[in-house]
Structures are given as C-alpha cells and as structure tokens.
Design a protein around this ligand. Structure first.
Ligand code: GDP
Ligand code: MG
Length: 624
C-alpha cells in the first residue's frame, strides 16, 4: 500500500508529515494542538477496521465497546500511555498490548477513559498518518457501564473533534440511516462549514438490496453535502478476520468488490472508493491542513516562548550541578539572603507593606496608650502610711509611681507580641527557619529589665524641675524646691515625674524592640546562614523540592520543547517558502557563475561544471 499511496505524493507531502512528526517527537502537543486525524462514529460502525486497513496494524475489534480509550496511531513501533512505554517487535501483539493498556487505564470491563494511548507503528506498508481511534458512540449502557456512558463518550469525542487542528473522520456504515448519524451531527456541530470533516461509508457489502442507488447518491455528495465529501471502503468482515485473511489480501478483495459491483464501480474512477483512495485523500487533507495551520502554529510557539522566557526570569536561576559551582551558588544565595535581611532590619527594603510602616503604627499605638494613662486621680487615702495627718512621706510617692509603671508592663508585652507577628511574617517570607531565631525572649527580658529600672524612680534634677514647672501654676527654681513638699502639691509632682517616665518609655520600648528583635535577629540569622557553609553537604542543602523549583523544571522543559519546535518549523518554512527557494536558487546561480569563470580560465571540464549547475537549477525548479 505504501508504495502506491506515497509514490507520487512523497516529495510534496513528506516535509510536512515529517515536520509534524518532529514536532510530536519533541512533545510539543503538550503545549499546543497539532494537526491530527480523529476517527468518530457509532459503536461497531467500523472505525477500528478503517484504521487497521489504513495502518496495516491489527487493532482490537469486534462487537460491543472495544475501543475504550483514545488510541493514537503513529509511526514508531511502540505503545505508550501515562508514563509507560512498551516496545515490541511483533505487530501481531498490538491487539494484546492495547487491550492490556485499556484494562489498566479504564479498568477491566466496559468502562471508558479519557487517557490517550499512543500506538506508534512503522512497517513497510504503513501509511504515515497520525490517527486517533475513539470509543464509539453508545446510546444504551450495557451491564457494568455507568448510566451516563453515552454522555461520557460524547464528551470525550467532543474534546478531540472541537479542536480546530483536527480533521474529523466520521465513520458511517452503509447499512444504517446515514442522515440521522449522531457522529455526523456532532462533526457538523463543531465544524458547520465542513472544512475539516470527512465521511467514510463502511460495510458496503452488507447493504440491503435496493438501497444501492440512495447510498450512491450520498457518496456522490448529493444528499448531505460535505465540503470534503465521502469515501466508501470495504474492510474485513468478522468472518474474514476469523479466517485470518491478511490485510494485503483484503486490499485486493476490496478492489475486486468495487470492480465487480454494479452500482459502486463508478466510484473507483471518481476516486471515492477503497482504503487506498482514502489514504491518499487523508494525506492530502492532512497536509493542506498542516499548511494552513503552520502560520498559527508558528505564532503560538513564538508567543509561548516569549511567555515561558519571561516566567523563567521570575523563577531565579537554579543550582548548578557541579560541586564547585554549587558551593559558589550557595554562597551567592546566602549573601543575597543576608543582604535582604539586613536591609529589611534597617528598613531599607522597599516592599509592599514595608516593615517600618507597620512598626511605626504599632509604636504609635504604644505611645497613645501611654498618654492615656497620664490622667492621675486624686491621691487617695490608700497610700497613707503610719504618719500623722499633715506629714509627708516620700515612700508613698515612690509606691504610687512604681505601681503605675508596673501597670505599663502588660501593654508593653502586648506591643512586643504584635510586632513579633509582623516581623515573623516578613522574615519568614525570606527564611522559614526564622521562627527559632527570632530574639523574642531576649527582647522581652530587656523590656522587663527596663521596667525594673523604672521602679527606681530617678531623674536628673533639672529635668524634673523643667517638667514640674510646665505642669504647676507656680514657678520655682532649684533653690525654692523644698517649699513644694506639701501634700497639696503631690499630685503635680507625681504628674511631672510620670510625664518623664512616659517620655522615656515611649522611646525606650521601640528602641529595645528594634535593637534586639530586628538587628540582633538579623545578625544572628546572617551568622547562622554563613555557618551553614562550614562542612555543609552542599548538594543536600541545594536539593530543591519547592514549588519554584518544580515550576522552573516545568518551564525549562517547555522551553526546550518550544525551542526545538521553533527550529523545526523554521527549517521547514525556509525550505518551503518561495523566498527560501529563491535564495537557494540565487546561491546556486552564483556558484554556477564562479564555476564557469574558473573553467573559462582552465577551459577543461567546463561542460561538466556547467552541466552540474544546470542540473541543480532544474532540480530546484522542479521541487518548487
Ligand atoms: P468500531 O467499533 O467502530 O471500531 O468497529 P469495528 O472496526 O470493531 O468493526 C465492527 C465490526 O464490523 C467488526 O466485526 C468488523 O469486522 C465489521 N466490519 C467493519 N467494516 C466492515 C466492512 O466493510 N464489511 C463487513 N462485512 N464488515 C465490516
Ligand atoms: Mg473500535
């Protein structure tokens, strides 16, 4: 079959079929749809038989649901599904392997599955088309099938036929009502103009006597007109399969059948009958389809390449594989990380919700809270000691202040905790280990120390005096101060001192937190990070299992596929575009001129070189 089908087509179609094969071999179909042919039709309409006749490979066939997963036929001798690849030399094992694969994917029995099984075949008499066999349309579920099997199958079929890149081969048996075929209706739904729909009429040997004329009218496109028309084929019937009639012989039987048929004989001349004719038509269709799809493919690949490259830029470069490079890489990321931490702790890092913006609001809250505590109630009798009325006691003064300062501990720790939340959140984005390193305990201890100190009640005299004078209506100098030691003035004196405490604490807490929580943590983190380098198992450290690395790997493989695809496409476009040919012609012409000039000088051998050039030019012209 191959000889007949391909001889005159070979040269014009080969580059296109090869191109698609190359694209498929780089796996580009994972990124975009490639031109393919799918076979759809009712159950037992003869889909697998047609594919079998086209490919020369025996597929699982019979009545009921036999094809239960999409089966893709292309040229290499192996079967692949999911991650598995099964290679086998003997084509007669295809049936067995396909069945096993289906059982594994769809389960034993009669259920279906969307996972594609790819069957690649190469044999002397196989035609180079990539075809996909789909489960047949079933209306009534059989024992063991889910109630919605009909819809499941239709949905699966739709998934394939709605793609603009597919040619839909609709298989309809002659012995049914062609006009009401569901597959034909579905194909028309996704391709109303019929640009990529081809109908195949099977089982012409099984028709009712008397219906021949009607069927002939259908094949001649007079009943349900389709742009691409119809082809009638006669495949091996069940009996011929059982008798193990080889495909080559079946081809001859088919030919004889049409030649001897009173009604269908003219179809041979009209190129509307036999598998061979179908193969030629399909190949032509596929190639013209590929030609049409190429600019779009090219565009899609370019766009995806652009996107992938951009996305890859966003995933930082991954670790190099060699040890030396890996160590340098590790030092680089650690240093980069440390810089980030440092600038974060200094408030330099400009990120959305900058750390210091958040800290400032927190510190302001602390300050506002402090100011709210300033209003002092009247000195109550609670603080009166054993002294007689009218005597003053400095201890009372001290106690009151100590009490009040102690009350600030709780809001201070609250502020610390809330700031810890913010800082952890930001640092953790950089390094998940941070939680253990955050100097919270130390910071908390320093804050407590500060409160201890505050219980000492101390300030410099001039400072105290300054605040006292601000609060009191009377103005005093240091020398006049003793006159203040009267109970009526106590509240003003307390207030003045508390104001000093408030001011001190308002600054002190933020400073403690900034120092211990941010800077010290950052520093610790940096040392910690750098100590990783000592005696580190670099490859273990650099082993990535993050989402980023997975994404990077995925993008890199996509980039590889797309680049290979683009190269294949470019190669093909240059060879096939008119300008490409003209360029080659020009080069040859130049070469010819040079040769002739050389030979004019040398005289001898002129005719040989000239002949060679003329030959080359003629060859390229013919190609064109
Ligand atoms: P599928 O379910 O559409 O894949 O159909 P199959 O290819 O499995 O064919 C169903 C049955 O119809 C098988 O027994 C085939 O042998 C038989 N069959 C297919 N084509 C023809 C044909 O042209 N003539 C005859 N007599 N039988 C055919
Ligand atoms: Mg089938």
């Amino acid at each position: 079959m191959k000889g007949e089908v391909h001889h005159h087509l070979e040269e014009s179609i080969r580059p296109y079929i090869d191109l698609i094969d190359t694209l498929r071999s780089v796996g580009i179909q994972k990124d975009l749809a490639l031109p393919t042919i799918v076979v759809i039709g009712d159950q037992s309409s003869g889909k697998s038989s047609v594919l079998e006749a086209l490919s020369g490979i025996a597929l699982p066939r019979g009545s009921g649901i036999v094809t239960r997963c999409p089966l893709e036929l292309s040229k290499r001798p192996r079967l692949s599904y999911e991650e598995k690849i099964i290679e086998f030399g003997d084509p007669s094992l295809v049936e067995k392997h396909v069945e096993e694969a289906q059982n594994e994917l769809a389960g034993k029995g009669v259920k279906i599955c969307d996972d594609l099984i790819t069957l690649e075949v190469r044999s002397a008499d196989v035609c180079d088309l990539t075809l996909i066999d789909l489960p047949g349309i079933a209306r009534v579920p059989v024992q063991g099938q889910p109630q919605d099997i009909g819809n499941q199958i239709k949905r699966l079929i739709m998934k394939f036929i709605e793609k603009q890149e597919t040619i839909n081969m609709v298989v309809v048996p002659c012995n049914t009502d062609i006009a009401t075929t569901e597959a034909l209706r579905m194909a028309q739904e996704v391709d109303p103009e019929g640009i990529r729909t081809l109908a195949i009429l099977t089982k012409p040997d099984l028709i009712d006597r008397g219906t021949e004329k009607n069927i002939l009218a259908v094949v001649q496109n007079k009943v349900i007109p389709l742009r691409k028309g119809y082809v009638m084929v006669k495949c091996r019937g069940q009996q011929q399969i059982d008798e193990k009639i080889p495909l080559v012989e079946a081809t001859q039987i088919e030919r004889d059948f049409f030649q001897n048929h009173d009604f269908f004989r003219p179809l041979l001349d009209e190129n509307k009958a036999t598998v061979k004719c179908l193969a030629i038509k399909l190949t032509q269709d596929l190639v013209s389809h590929i030609k049409k799809s190429l600019p779009k493919l090219d565009e899609q690949i370019k766009k995806q390449l652009w996107d992938v490259r951009n996305e890859l830029k966003e995933c930082e470069a991954g670790p190099p594989q060699d040890l030396k490079g890996a160590k340098q890489f590790l030092i680089k990321i650690l240093t980069k990380f440390n810089d980030k931490i440092k600038s974060l702790s200094f408030g330099e890092l400009i990120i959305k919700d900058n750390l210091f913006v958040q800290l400032r609001t927190e510190y302001k809250k602390w300050n506002d809270g402090l100011n709210d505590t300033k209003t002092l109630k009247e000195l109550s009798q609670n603080y009166r000691g054993r002294e007689l009325l009218g005597f003053s006691n400095y201890r009372v003064f001290e106690m009151i202040l100590q009490d009040r300062v102690a009350k600030l501990k709780e809001p201070a720790i609250k502020s610390l905790n809330s700031i810890k939340g913010t800082v952890t959140h930001l640092y953790v984005q950089l390094e998940p280990k941070i939680k253990g390193l955050l100097q919270q305990a130390k910071t908390e201890q320093r804050i407590m120390d500060q409160f201890e100190m505050e219980s000492m009640i101390y300030t410099q005299d001039p400072i105290y005096l300054k605040f006292l004078n601000e609060i009191s209506s009377d103005k005093f100098s240091e020398a006049q101060l003793p006159a203040f030691d009267i109970k009526s003035k106590y509240s003003e004196m307390l207030q003045a001192y508390y104001e000093i405490v408030v001011q001190r604490m308002a600054d002190q807490l933020p400073m403690l937190i900034s120092f211990y929580m941010l800077k010290e943590t950052a520093q610790l983190l940096c040392t910690d990070m750098l100590s990783i380098l000592e005696g580190a198992n670099v490859s273990e450290l650099l082993f990535e299992d993050s989402d980023v690395s997975k994404r990077r790997k995925y993008l890199q493989s996509r980039l590889g596929r797309l680049t290979a695809a683009q190269e294949a496409l470019m190669h093909n476009l240059v060879l096939n575009s008119v300008s490409g040919r003209i360029q080659i012609l020009l080069i040859v012409f130049m070469l010819a001129v040079i040769c002739i000039q050389n030979n004019i000088n040398g005289a001898k051998g002129l005719s040989d070189s000239a002949m060679l050039c003329v030959f080359l030019i003629t060859f390229l012209y013919n190609e064109n």
